[in-house]
Design a protein around this ligand. Structure first.
Ligand code: NAI
Length: 336
């Protein structure tokens, strides 16, 4: 298939080229982010490949329909950036990568927790300046602490496994509890109980209308004083302004983010020579107890290989009917 791939970086090209040697699709790598302004760059392609901050909204879907594009290949697990109903109405198939390496995101979650707790990023800078003072670097033992996991799917379950290895008590909240998590010691509770009992709360649920701003002022009020809050899922699950108030009042003791509500205008680019226009994000950067990474949870070589394999397999399955097509529709996720 002729595939127009948006938002590509050098690493996308490297991994897709390597994996595509076995598939033989014709990939055009585009650096532009997909929006209503850039959708026409896909002209001549059979399929479009999009990433997490590409906008596959109603207008873009209509543009694809006009261009005769009948397949959108998401090289991500999340699909909140796609208007699935519009795709359905125009008979455009949307496929995703349901699972690649849950370890990649779960382990990055741990990196944020350990980094925040033991402040290795701050210690690194101090030692480089020959400042060996420990003032302000006090951490706590993870052993014996209670970790609340919101969303115990593929990544949440892997994260539960990791945290049980640290000797943590595990609480879970998920509309669909799973036995594997229970076997790993996760006690399923109501959200309010998870909020009030957890020392660390980590988000692993998808962005849906139900989870949009799930962590708001009311939720934060229910949490333990000094709670550590980690979001490696999707930015909009957290009301960032409410979290900033929580940090200012010291209700929130640590905040670790790999995703941000308005990340489309920031992440994946080198903006070091530019002025950041987003005042909310700029405020987050001022807190000593906030650690932000730019949506890199997925960024391991194992995950990138798996993403390329499943994406190209989806293209082959759509064209030939061979193998599994990991389709998402507005009614259901066929392989969730
Ligand atoms: P999954 O589909 O296996 O699990 C999601 C779980 O969330 C399911 O068990 C589901 O029942 C649960 N859930 C749905 N609505 C909920 C609600 N209202 N409250 C609590 N739980 C709810 O997805 P997976 O693979 O574990 O990924 C989780 C999320 O991680 C993705 O949706 C995506 O947003 C994010 N992600 C982030 C990456 C990164 O680089 N930072 C990379 C990959 C995924």
């Amino acid at each position: 298939m002729q595939i127009a791939m948006f938002s590509t970086k050098s690493y996308d090209r490297e991994f897709f080229d390597r994996v595509n040697a076995d598939f033989g699709h014709d990939i055009t790598y585009l650096e532009s982010r997909l929006t209503g302004e850039t959708s026409s760059l896909a002209e001549g392609a059979d399929a479009v490949c999009a990433f997490v901050n590409d906008q596959v909204d109603g207008q873009v879907i209509a543009d694809f329909d006009e261009l005769g594009i009948k397949l959108v290949l998401l090289r991500s697990a999340g699909f909140n950036n796609v208007d699935l109903r519009a795709a359905h109405d125009r008979d455009i198939t949307v496929a995703r990568v349901p699972a690649y390496s849950p370890h990649a995101v779960a382990e990055h979650t741990l990196a944020l927790i350990l980094g925040l707790n033991r402040q290795t990023h701050r210690a690194y800078n101090r030692v480089r300046e020959r400042n060996f003072s420990l003032e302000g670097l006090l951490g706590f033992d993870l052993h014996g602490k209670t970790v609340g996991i919101i969303g115990t799917g593929t990544i949440g379950t892997t994260f539960a496994q990791i945290m049980s290895g640290f000797g943590c008590d595990l609480l879970g909240f998920d509309p669909y509890p799973n036995d594997e998590c229970r076997q790993r010691g996760v006690e399923y509770v109501e959200l309010s109980e998870l909020f009030s009992r957890s020392h660390i709360i980590s988000l692993h649920c998808p962005m849906t209308p139900d989870t949009h701003h799930m962590i708001d002022a009311d939720a934060i009020e229910q949490m333990r004083d000094g709670v550590m809050l980690i979001n490696t899922s999707r930015g909009c699950i957290i009301d960032t302004r409410a979290v900033i108030e929580g940090l200012k009042s010291e209700k929130i003791g640590h905040l670790g983010l790999d995703v941000y509500e308005e990340e489309e205008d920031l992440f994946f680019e080198d903006l070091s020579e530019r002025i950041i226009q987003d005042d909310v994000f700029a405020r987050l950067l001022t807190f000593p107890n906030v650690l932000i990474t730019g949506h890199q949870g997925f960024f391991t070589s194992e995950a990138l290989t798996s993403i390329a394999e499943t994406t190209l397999q989806n293209a082959t399955a759509f064209k030939t009917g061979d193998g599994t097509l990991h389709e998402v529709t507005h009614q259901r996720v066929t392989d969730a």
